[in-house]
Design a protein around this ligand. Structure first.
Ligand SMILES: NC(=O)c1ccc[n+]([C@@H]2O[C@H](COP(=O)([O-])OP(=O)(O)OC[C@H]3O[C@@H](n4cnc5c(N)ncnc54)[C@H](O)[C@@H]3O)[C@@H](O)[C@H]2O)c1
Length: 370
């Protein structure tokens, strides 16, 4: 993240740069969950597609720390090697990197070779971008997922855990979202993500590759990209406040989301990958089960930063975005043992502190004399 605010930083902010911003200390998976699943990953060979990205990076941190042998495939189209390079340096015997697209069958074969589990996260992840580039979104998110399934099946992988999206529910007004509801994708992104869920189910039914789809609800946490027009709402808001500028809320801000700390998504992946039962293409929500409006979120971030004099500005609502979204997590709880280990409040506090720390670090580098 590059800082471009005043060298004085943020009023009232008393934060030191964190000593090791990329360490697994971010992960607060409940110890009883970790104790149960960690032995299953000791020495296990896994492949993570999209592992250089935000959620994939946290997943790899966890996998490495519990002893898995990880091959990452990522074309770096929406990420950099920063985090992964640190992981490889820290655990050179445990992490292998294939820089290639999931659309490349040979590269996929190389990446999944010998893997027992595939965590498939590679995708183009933005709703607005998918409206600008529907064909590319379909190619990567749907066709690309099929390539991953084909390679996994050919390599004799036991289970593929797919990172699906709550956007599949669309504007179906019923709340909370339950996995049995009819999907109503509203954007090319949602349509392609949902199509890939169907492909997963069909690969389980027709080829015997066990699959499971995890529908994430607005995942947030440290290291989520903050520096693009497509940044997710939490990094976008935090960055604006740190720069002492007003964050932009699209629409009236009363739209609601289920903001879910990345630790919960990591735990869901580990649990789904470790399930002793076949999952046969089932779909599970991965949320926190709490409904928060975007207006409330902006206030929570401002309070965390001790900022009281900057108010958000409003811009027209964006096409393709759903109005309300929050999850029931009952199905995941009973089938794979999913639980919400990190609350929105705790996760937001840590995440805001991380961005602030990064911001202060950048400022110190830009203005070493001050
Ligand atoms: N972040 C969220 O709130 C959220 C919500 C719902 C679903 N998801 C899903 O979770 C997954 C991970 O999301 P994220 O937030 O970490 O996104 P991200 O963009 O940080 O990570 C995706 C990674 O995939 C890589 N990638 C893209 N196209 C590729 C290709 N053709 N071949 C190989 N690698 C490719 C990118 O370089 C990036 O490193 C995605 O599938 C996304 O759709 C995320």
């Amino acid at each position: 993240m590059s800082g471009c605010g005043s060298p004085d930083g943020v009023d009232g902010l008393r934060l030191e740069p964190m000593s090791d911003v990329n360490h697994t200390s971010f992960l607060q998976i409940p110890s009883h969950v970790l104790d149960r699943i960690a032995p299953l990953y000791q020495g296990r060979r896994v492949c993570v597609t999209g592992g250089a990205g935000f959620i994939g990076g946290h997943l790899i941190d966890a996998l490495v720390s519990i002893g898995a042998m990880v091959t990452v495939i990522d074309d770096l189209s929406n990420s950099s090697l920063t985090n992964l390079a640190q992981m490889i340096e820290r655990a050179p015997d445990q992490v292998r990197f294939v820089q290639a697209s999931i659309l490349d069958p040979q590269a996929m074969d190389t990446a999944v070779e010998g893997s027992q589990t595939v965590f498939h996260l590679a995708a183009l992840g933005s709703v607005p971008k998918s409206i600008e580039e529907p064909a590319r979104t379909w190619t990567v998110n749907a066709t690309g997922s099929m390539r991953v399934l084909q390679a996994a099946n050919k390599a004799g992988v036991e289970r593929l855990v797919y990172s699906a999206s709550s956007s599949a529910y669309g504007n179906n007004p019923a709340l909370p979202k339950i996995e049995t509801m009819a999907p109503e994708p509203e954007s090319p992104y949602a349509a392609a993500k949902h199509a890939a869920e169907s492909l997963c189910r069909s690969w389980s039914a027709c080829y015997g590759l066990d699959t499971v789809s995890l529908r994430y609800f607005n995942i947030f946490g440290p290291r989520q990209a903050a520096d693009s027009a497509y940044a997710a709402v939490i990094p976008a808001f935090v960055t604006k406040y740190l720069q002492r500028q007003s964050p932009t809320i699209f629409g009236d801000g009363e739209q609601t989301r289920d903001f879910t700390h990345v630790t919960n998504a990591v735990a869901a992946n580990l649990l789904a990958g470790a399930s002793k039962d076949k999952l046969n293409g089932r779909v599970f929500n991965v949320g926190a089960g709490v409904r928060t409006s975007v207006n409330q979120l902006a206030k929570m971030i401002a309070i965390n930063l001790d900022i009281h004099d900057i108010k958000p500005v409003h811009a027209p609502e964006r096409v393709g975005e759903v109005r309300d979204s929050y999850s029931s997590v009952e199905a995941g709880k009973s089938k794979i043992g999913y639980e919400v280990g990190t609350s929105l409040e705790a996760g937001l506090k840590e995440t805001v502190a991380w961005y602030a720390s990064e911001y202060l670090r950048d400022l110190a580098q830009e203005h070493p004399e001050s």
